[in-house]
Design a protein around this ligand. Structure first.
Ligand code: GUN
Length: 299
């Protein structure tokens, strides 16, 4: 049995960050424009703290301005909305990201809807969701599915007419992923926990994107031979072989089972993960260009 091509998301993301940095340097020289990204973190969720730290470091590395706002876990809705309003009005801020999940006392939908759609680099505002589904050219699309699409196009080239199956219907990944694949003229199935005979649905797919958050759920015999398999899952499981109490990361796909069937496949870690922040930097650069009225570079 032949082994699939392993898609190196870490290397792809590094290349994308370099292209964003080069474009940012040119914007500064030619237009005096320094794209700025504001990240808002409420509370002290450890995983979110790591993401926010990485976002800040990579924003600065790309030659952009990073603004971090860390608020206590008990922050109220009015206070958070007031901060979003200040960031909306700040001309140095071109992108606003409110880290999710938010604490229980906050109405997440109200906060996401308060972000200026032009600065919504997460693509979570209803205006951007609507633009994405209606195929508007200037839609700001969520970063993780945009990163997945880049990897899929790099692996397969033309996507027109391919059968794509997206497993998971979240607003952050599954639904926007389906919209992006539809815009590439794929025949898209959006599957979920209530889908009947999920294995058979998966086996029909030339492109299989797994984003359900269930460790190693997609088995090797669910994969169509030669398919492109994109694993968005990040699940931490016990790893006694590494020592007592140790853990390791696995995806939503049983990698060992799928790698002998697929044509190409992303590993976990090192696949989709690094693409998200790289795409966030790209969205910030594009948002800054739109706000300044200069043509956005094709990157
Ligand atoms: N939490 C997990 N993923 C994301 C993301 O892409 N954006 C935001 N804002 N929060 C997240």
């Amino acid at each position: 049995m032949s082994e699939a091509k392993i898609i190196d998301g870490k290397a792809f993301a590094a290349g994308l960050r370099l292209r964003v940095a080069a474009a940012a340097a040119e914007l500064k020289t030619r237009h005096g424009l320094v794209p700025g990204l504001a990240v808002v973190l409420v509370g002290d969720d450890p995983a979110s703290q790591v993401y926010v730290r990485n976002k800040g470091a990579q924003t600065v590395e790309a030659g952009m301005a990073s603004f971090e706002h860390k608020l206590p876990a008990a922050t109220g809705q009015a206070e958070l909305l007031a901060l979003v309003a200040r960031l909306n009005a700040d001309p140095a801020v071109h992108g606003i990201l409110v880290q999710l999940p938010l604490p229980r006392q906050i109405d997440t939908e109200a906060v996401l809807a308060a972000v200026d759609p032009a600065k919504d680099v997460d693509g979570f505002h209803p205006v951007n969701t609507g633009k994405l589904w209606s195929g508007a050219a200037d839609a700001m699309a969520p970063c993780t599915p945009v990163g997945c699409l880049m990897l899929i196009k790099d692996a397969l080239g033309e996507l027109k007419g391919k059968r794509a199956l997206v497993l998971g219907r979240s607003n952050i990944v599954g639904k926007p992923m389906a919209a992006l694949l539809l815009a590439e003229h794929c025949t898209v199935t959006l599957a979920h926990s209530r889908t009947v005979d999920l294995a058979a649905e998966c086996r029909r797919a030339d492109i299989l994107v797994a984003a359900v958050g269930r460790e190693r759920m997609v088995k090797g015999d669910w994969v169509k031979p030669g398919a492109c398999v994109i694993d968005v899952g990040i699940n931490r499981i016990p790893a006694p072989e590494k020592g007592e109490g140790k853990t390791r990361l696995v995806g939503d796909v049983d990698f060992e089972g799928a790698v002998t069937v697929a044509g190409s496949i992303t590993p976990v870690p090192g696949g989709v993960g690094p693409m998200t922040i790289a795409c966030l930097l790209r969205n910030t650069l594009i948002a800054a260009c739109h706000q300044k009225g200069v043509a956005a570079p094709a990157i």
